[in-house]
Structures are given as C-alpha cells and as structure tokens.
Design a protein around this ligand. Structure first.
Ligand SMILES: [Zn+2]
Length: 143
C-alpha cells in the first residue's frame, strides 16, 4: 500500500474532502503526504538514520523514488545484509505508520529513540527467528 501510495494519508483524504487540515502529526510542521511522512519528515529522518547507523549501513534518508529504485533494483540480492536492509525498510515504514496512527487515534506519542528501539527489536526477532548463519548471528548480536 505504501509503495502504491494507497495509504490514507491526509493529503489523499483532503483531496476527497474528507478532512480539512493536513498537518503531519509526526512533526506538526508540514503537510502530510506519503513522501513527507516516510522520508522527508524530520522524525522519520531521525528514525531511519538511527536504524541505518545501528546496522552500520551508509544508506541515509532520501526521497521516495530513490528509495524505491534501491529497493527494486539494488536490494534484490539474497545476501544477509541485503535481506536485513529490506527488513529494516519494511520495519521502519510499518513503525512510522503505526506511530502516526497512534498519535492521531490514541493521542500517544513516542520519541524517535523509542521508535528506533521498537524497530531494532522487530529486526532482531525476525533475524534470530530466521536461523541465521553463525557469522550473521554474531554480526547482529555485536551491534
Ligand atoms: Zn512530518
């Protein structure tokens, strides 16, 4: 849904005249759209860069089309690190979307650090449940 821009972000709802304001709930500073929400927003940026730093990847926050290009063409490999990068992207998108919904519907607010912690846990659990090789296991545990 995120890739195809089908999430009901406020800009889409606004287009259909369902709601009137469209301020991003993650930063209260910009209009909400998919592109803003996931990568342009300063909160998403902090989360994404925090995860990349943790994984010791050089990849940093960028625009949506660059990212999709990466996801579709550069991350195709079956290597462990590429799998981890894909996992990190999916976990980041999921957790940012969940945070946005929690702020809107439950008035609950997490710090970027707390969101990063949740994402790390998601990645950790997914990797350790996927029977990693001894070397890959050692790498993830060393982070
Ligand atoms: Zn924002």
């Amino acid at each position: 849904m995120t890739v195809n821009d089908k999430l009901q972000t406020q800009d889409r709802l606004l287009k259909h005249e369902i709601i009137q304001g469209s301020v991003c709930k993650l930063c209260d500073d910009s209009a909400e759209s998919r592109n803003h929400l996931f990568f342009e927003c300063k909160l998403s940026n902090a989360v994404w860069n925090g995860i990349m730093e943790w994984l010791k990847f050089k990849w940093r926050s960028c625009d949506w089309s660059t990212l999709l290009n990466w996801y579709c063409f550069r991350l195709k490999g079956k290597g462990f690190k590429q799998k981890t990068k894909r996992m990190a992207l999916a976990a980041a998108v999921y957790n940012i979307w969940r945070e946005r919904n929690n702020r809107i519907f439950q008035l609950k607010c997490k710090t970027p650090d707390a969101i990063i912690k949740d994402i790390k846990m998601d990645i950790f659990v997914a990797i350790l449940n996927g029977s990693p090789s001894a070397e890959d296991r050692e790498w993830i545990l060393s982070l």
